[in-house]
Design a protein around this ligand. Structure first.
Ligand code: PNS
Length: 162
C-alpha cells in the first residue's frame, strides 16, 4: 500500500492545491491531505473550516482523506506510518525553500520521510492562497482561483456578499 501525506496551510484551498491533490491521489493508493495547525500564523480560516473546505472539494476522490496536525511533520508522519510527503512546486523560488525543508525532514527522520515534488500545472503556476485573499479583500474576481463554494466563504470573511 503506497500512502502519502500532502501537508500545508491550505488557507484556503485553491485550484493549484486541488490539481496537486488530484494527481497525487492517482499516483498513491491513499493520500492524506493534512492542514497544519500553526499558532505562529494568523489564518483567515480556522483549521476546522479549512478541513471542511478540503473535504468538500475532494469528496469525489475516494482515496483522499483530510486531517490536521500540530508540531513537526516528521512526528506526524511517523505516528501515521507514512513515509512520503507531497509538495507542489510552482517556480524556482518554491524549490529553494522546499528543498531545504525536504532535506531537513529526511535528515531528522533518519531517512523515514522523503518528499515527492509535483510541478504545478502551468495554468495554476501563478496561484497562491495569499494572492487569492488579497484579490478577494478588494472584492476582486477569484472565480478562476478557487471553487465557487470556497470563493463564497472567502468573500463572507471580508464582508462581501456576491
Ligand atoms: O502551505 P504551506 O504553508 O507552504 O505548508 C508548509 C508546511 C505545513 C508543509 C510546513 O510548514 C510544515 O511541514 N510545518 C510543520 C513543522 C515542520 O515539520 N517543519 C519542517 C522542519 S523545519
Amino acid at each position: 500500500m503506497r500512502a502519502a501525506i500532502y501537508p500545508g496551510s491550505f488557507d484556503p484551498v485553491t485550484y493549484g492545491h486541488l490539481d496537486i491533490i488530484r494527481r497525487a491521489s492517482s499516483i498513491f493508493d491513499e493520500l492524506t491531505v493534512s492542514v497544519l495547525n500553526n499558532n505562529t500564523k494568523t489564518p483567515l480560516f480556522s483549521v476546522e473550516e479549512r478541513v471542511r473546505m478540503l473535504e468538500e472539494a475532494t469528496k469525489d476522490l475516494p482515496n483522499v482523506t483530510v486531517d490536521s496536525f500540530s508540531g513537526l511533520l516528521i512526528d506526524y508522519a511517523d505516528r501515521k506510518g507514512i513515509h512520503v510527503a507531497i509538495r507542489g512546486l510552482r517556480a524556482i523560488t518554491d524549490f529553494e525553500y522546499e528543498l531545504q525543508i525536504a532535506q531537513t525532514n529526511r535528515k531528522f527522520s533518519d531517512g523515514n520521510l522523503d518528499t515527492v515534488f509535483l510541478t504545478t500545472s502551468l495554468e495554476y503556476a501563478y496561484l497562491s492562497s495569499s494572492t487569492v485573499k488579497e484579490i478577494a479583500s478588494f472584492n476582486g474576481d477569484i472565480s478562476k482561483c478557487v471553487p465557487d463554494f470556497v470563493a463564497g466563504l472567502i468573500y463572507e470573511k471580508y464582508g462581501f456578499s456576491r
